[in-house]
Design a protein around this ligand. Sequence first.
Ligand code: MEV
Length: 443
Amino acid sequence: MSGGSRIPGFYRLSLSERRELIAGRTGVDIDALTRALAGGGLHVSVAEKVVENVLGTYGLPFGIALNVRINGRDRLVPMVVEEPSVVAAASNAARMVRASGGFFAETTESLMIGQVQLTGIARPAFALRALEAGSAELLELAARSVPGLLARGGGPRKIEIRDLGQGMVVLHVLVDCQDAMGANLVNTIAEAVGPRAAELAGAELGLRILSNLCDRRRVKVSCRVHATELGLRRTGDGASESPPGSSSVPASTQGGPSIVDAIVAASRFAEADPYRAATHNKGIMNGVDAVVIATGNDFRAVEAGAHAYAAHSGVYRPLAVWRRDGQDLVGELEMPLALGIVGGTLRIHPTAQLALAILGVETASELSLVAASVGLASNLAALRALATEGIQRGHMSLHARSVAVAVGALGEEVERVAENLSREGGVTREAAERILATLRTED
Ligand code: MEV
C-alpha cells in the first residue's frame, strides 16, 4: 500500500473521491472496486445458487477503518456493519494506538479440531489405549481424505482422545487448514476417520464434525496508548479527521491519568461480572465481525468460538483486559479466530474478494491479526466513551444524520439538519421535517 492508513478528513470526501483514494492507495483497479460494490456485489443469479428459496440479496454498508497499524504495517481495513459509530470509533481508537506504535499481534499454533463422538463404550480405558495405539493409522486415513490440503502443505497433525464418561469417548483430529477456514476439510477428515476409530474403540460411531471452539487457532493482540492520546482531540488534524460518531471527551475528563483509571475500572467490571463481560465482548465483536463479514467469512462460527472461549475457565470472562502501565493504558486481547482467505463465500462474492484486495493480506493468519486488532480498537473506543461521556452522544449524532436522510435531506442538508437536531436534543422525524423545511425556505 502506498501512503499508509492515515487519511485525515477522509469522511468529508464524496463517495467517489473516497473510492478513488482507496483504489489509489491499495493499487486496486477503480473500475473493479466500483463493480464489486455495485448493488452489494452479489448478483441475484449467483445468490440463487448459494442458498435456497432466494428472493434477492440484502445490502449492508461497506466502510473502511483508517489508522490501523499492525506489527509495523499499515492496513486499510474494510468493515461491513449496520451499526452507526462502529467504523468511526475503530478508526479513532486505532489513531490513538498508532501514536504508540500500533497493534502487536501474533497467532498461536493454527490448528482446527475435528471431533468424532464414540459411544456405548463398556471399557473406556481399553478404548483410550486402542485409539492411542491406532493414532498413526487414523492420521494416515485422515491425510488420505484431503489430498489437496496436503499438497498445499497442510493436513492432519495430531490425534487427541478424551473420556467424557457415561461410556462416551471423543477423538479430536487436529488439522492445519492453511489459508482455509477449514470447516469442509475438517468435516471430511472427521467422517473419514470415524468408522475406523469406532472399530478400534469397540464403540458406536456418533457425530463427526468440527468444533467451533477452535482454541488451538488463537490470536493475541496487545496495544499501548499514552494517557494524553485518550482525552485530547489534536488540533489541526484531530477534529478534521473525526467523523460524526467518534466522540470527543468533556474537559473534566480530558487527558491525564483519570481516563486511564476509568478504563481500567471498566475492564475490572467486565472481569468481575459476566453480565458486563457479555457487553464488553459485544463491543469487541463489533470490530471483529465487521471484518469477518467484509471478507466473506463465517461470523456465526467466529461468534460461537469467541463466546465459548470466553467461558472456558468455567466463568464467562472478557476477551480483552486493560491495565495501567505508568502513564499509559495497555490492552490485551486473546481469542480463537478461524478465518479463511480461500474457499467458501470468497469463491463467489466479489465484495469479499475486494475486501481482501484492499487489505492486502496474503495468509489467513494475517487476516486474523487484522480482525482481532480491530476488535481491540473497538473495545478501546467503547470503554473510553463509556468511561467518560457515555456512548449516546456519539450515537445520537449519527442517528440524527440517518433521520435527516430519512426525511429527504440531500447533500449538505444532511449535516445541517443533523446538527440542528443534535442541538435541539430531540431527534425525531417531525423535528427533522420541520428543520429541513425551514432550511429550504431560508435558502
Ligand atoms: C454497542 O454496540 C457496544 C457497547 O455496548 C460495548 C460496550 O459496552 O463495551 C458500547
